[in-house]
Design a protein around this ligand. Structure first.
Ligand SMILES: *Cc1c(COP(=O)(O)O)cnc(C)c1O
Length: 410
């Protein structure tokens, strides 16, 4: 126990050092709270939002929505991007468009934000929880393959769950904290078991797997621009797809399925009011202009954390997978052999010092609404849950390191 106490102290001291000592103001003082992730508005945000207000184009249509969609598609390299009201709505639509039906099962990580599984439930389908893998923190393809070969049965070109009798239609990997999941291996599993791949890329704008932007690998993918994400539109999300017909359908269904006409109100399907308002898209256009700078700041911060933790035993900084370039949306460490007690000791000492770190999510099958959901054993996800701590990851913090270095050099 004494050994663990001393390593808790060393880890807490290292984090304080990383975020307070080597950064330019305003974070050097202990009195200044350090949030987990703050948005950064230093570009054209004001000008573009003001333009919306001045012209009256604040709501459901406007030039910023079209521009944001075009620029998103260009940046991520997909054929079509459709801006929507939030990432959860994007996931709901992505699963609907991928053909998920009521009573299907969808393979999702146990270690993810609750929205991944909620979106499955919105369609009357069931999340089926899968273990994670230590290096990417994403779905473990090899373990899933072995598991499906035992619990699955092939019939009529689909895989069914032998125990529940339900069709397993979609596999929904999530790129955890911006680190791309092992997509090649997951695509192989999807092909073998005839599952449609949909990506929860909510956390991974700016993250690339083998040189291609995340969200390009699935039939369709969901992004989020919530206030705590790499870039924000206040609230917002997007669908990405390389199938133009599917992209058109995505736009149609997320905008009330209205048949275009100068005055008639005719709708040809049950649509959704999931569109992104122009005022939010204006913010998004300005944030996209800043994205490269944000990514650079996050990599500096990752370097800083890596250096600080290198000499400390009992802790590992979570680095991007070897074949990927991560946006490092949320920086993270894993404690060796951690239990919840040790993890919470680190977190509570840092909160006392105004540094708002947080644990990973409670595994989803431990939440009341998913307690009886089908799942494999999730030993690795359980270990990550007890060991992982997300560290302050604001762009301004990374920029502070840049500025400080600039000062030191001059
Ligand atoms: C943020 C997030 C979402 C949901 O996005 P919202 O825009 O908040 O609705 C979904 N999945 C994951 C993994 C997320 O991190």
């Amino acid at each position: 126990m004494e050994e663990k106490d001393s390593s808790v102290q060393a880890i807490v001291a290292a984090i304080k050092d990383a975020v307070r000592k080597s950064v330019a103001s305003p974070y050097t003082s202990e009195d200044i709270p350090l949030a987990l992730h703050e948005p950064c508005f230093q570009g054209n945000e004001n000008a573009y939002v003001k333009e919306c207000i001045d012209t009256g184009w604040v709501s459901s249509v406007g030039k910023f929505v079209d521009r944001f969609e075009e620029e998103l598609a260009a940046y991520t390299g997909v054929q079509r991007a459709v801006a929507v009201s939030n990432g959860t709505a994007a996931l709901h639509m992505a699963l609907l468009l991928a053909g998920v039906k009521a009573d299907d099962e969808v393979l999702v990580p146990a270690l993810t934000f609750v929205a991944t599984a909620n979106a499955v439930s919105y369609l009357g389908a069931f999340p089926h929880f899968v273990d994670s893998e230590e290096t990417t923190l994403g779905l473990d393809a090899e373990k899933l393959d072995r598991y499906l070969s035992v619990i699955g049965i092939q019939r009529d070109g689909h895989t069914f769950n032998k125990a529940t009798g339900r069709r397993i239609s979609v596999i929904l990997p999530m790129h955890t904290f911006g680190h791309p999941a092992d997509l090649d291996a997951l695509i192989a599993v999807a092909e073998k078991y005839r599952l449609t791949l949909v990506e929860d890329a909510a956390e991974s704008i700016g993250s690339f797997y083998k040189g291609r932007h995340t969200g390009n690998f699935g039939r369709i993918a969901a992004l989020s621009f919530n206030g705590n994400k790499t870039i924000t539109t206040g609230g917002g999300g997007a669908l990405l797809t390389n199938d133009e017909d599917l992209g058109r359908l995505a736009k149609h269904l997320t905008t009330q399925a209205k048949v275009p006409h100068a005055w008639e109100f005719v709708h040809d399907a049950i649509g959704y009011n999931y569109r992104m308002p122009n005022i939010n898209a204006a913010l998004g256009c300005a944030q996209l202009e800043e994205l490269d700078g944000f990514l650079q700041a996050q990599r500096r911060l990752a370097d800083r954390y890596e250096k600080v933790f290198a000499p400390i035993s009992g802790v590992r900084f979570v680095k991007e997978p070897s074949c990927a370039r991560s946006n490092y949306w949320l920086q993270a460490i894993c404690l060796d052999g951690a239990d919840f007690k040790m993890r919470d000791a680190v977190i509570s000492s840092l909160h006392a010092a105004n540094i708002f770190v947080r644990p990973a999510w409670r595994l989803l099958y431990k939440l009341p609404m998913f307690e009886s959901a089908p799942r494999m054993d999730c030993v690795t996800a359980e270990r990550i849950e007890a060991a992982l701590i997300n560290l302050p990851s604001s762009v301004r913090l990374g920029r502070g390191i840049l500025e400080k270095r600039g000062h030191d050099a001059s």
